[in-house]
Design a protein around this ligand. Structure first.
Ligand code: 48H
Length: 261
């Protein structure tokens, strides 16, 4: 008989492997230390910093890919910039970069983004892709205690033909890393528990410091990071530069670590 290249394993084994591996992880992550909603640069950075300390982290991402706006940077040109000291994070993640002008650094979006994703995976964070944040779990005194999620494709189906109830995941903390929409904070606003101000006009030199400084617990059990910070507190936007996203993610992780202690 002709020698085969691949092991003789068939379709049923492939299906079984996928289902049982998914089920094992899903069951394990029905309860975690921290759920991060949004797998863009701030969420991935926060996830990496927490997971590498052995904290149980799940990142919920509505797309099939991770990275958010970090892939393509500004104006669909596949280049991302950071202002100093953001280049220190690029070095930490082993991302090649060039100095464009004093204190401004440029890297390739795909290279930067894939290194950040890999580093977050290597640290031990887990992901629920194609999973959309739908609502929060609130406990005594409206403390955030987890998220309600659904499959992303469900939201694309007409309401008249489907009503698929979501499921819930419990966690000690939730981080809103959903970018401009600040979806998690907005759920609290719908219930009159917080007031968001919407991000302001672009002013990079003011914006980045403010975003990092305002990163923190916006409501008991809920930390806000990245562009969602600008939306929550009415801070100016920064345009296609990502240092504040990376440093805000780091700060969110610091705050989370303190609260978890
Ligand atoms: C599940 C969701 C949901 C939901 C959204 O937009 P992002 O890249 O966010 P940040 O804050 O990490 O980075 C912002 C940066 O990319 C950027 O756009 C900048 C710096 N702009 C400046 C400016 O002036 O405009 O990533 C957010 C992620 C995405 O992957 C979304 O798909 C995901 O969150 N997401 N996931 N459920 N309801 N909403």
């Amino acid at each position: 008989m002709k020698k085969r290249i691949f092991t003789p394993v068939g379709e049923k084994e492939v299906t079984r492997a996928i289902v049982s591996s998914f089920l094992k992880q899903f069951t394990e992550y029905v309860e975690s230390d921290c759920i991060i909603v949004g797998g863009g640069p701030s969420g991935l950075m926060a996830g990496r910093e927490l997971a590498k300390e052995g904290i149980k982290v799940l990142i919920v991402e509505r797309n099939n890919y991770l990275g958010g706006g970090f892939w393509i940077g500004g104006y669909l040109m596949n280049k991302v910039t950071v202002r100093g000291p953001g280049e220190k994070v690029l070095e930490e993640l082993d991302i090649p970069y060039e100095e464009a002008t004093k204190g401004l650094y440029v890297a390739d979006g795909p290279h930067a983004c894939s290194k950040l994703i890999a580093s977050c995976c290597d640290a031990g964070a887990k992901f629920a892709n194609m999973t959309i944040f739908d609502d929060l779990i609130l406990r005594e005194e409206n403390r955030v205690a987890g998220v309600v999620i659904n499959w992303t494709p469900i939201s694309a189906l007409p309401r008249e033909i489907t009503c698929v109830d979501p499921v819930a995941l419990e966690s000690k903390l939730v981080i809103d890393a959903t970018g401009h929409d600040a979806c998690v904070v907005r759920k609290l606003e719908e219930r009159g528990l917080i007031k968001t101000r919407g991000f302001g006009a672009m002013w990079v030199e003011r914006s980045e410091d403010l975003v990092v400084e305002h990163t923190g617990e916006a409501h008991p059990g809920l930390i806000v990071t990245g562009m969602a910070v600008a939306t929550t507190y009415g801070l100016p936007r920064m345009g296609p530069t990502f240092g504040a996203m990376l440093l805000s993610g780091k700060r969110a992780a610091e705050v989370a670590k303190k609260l978890l202690r």
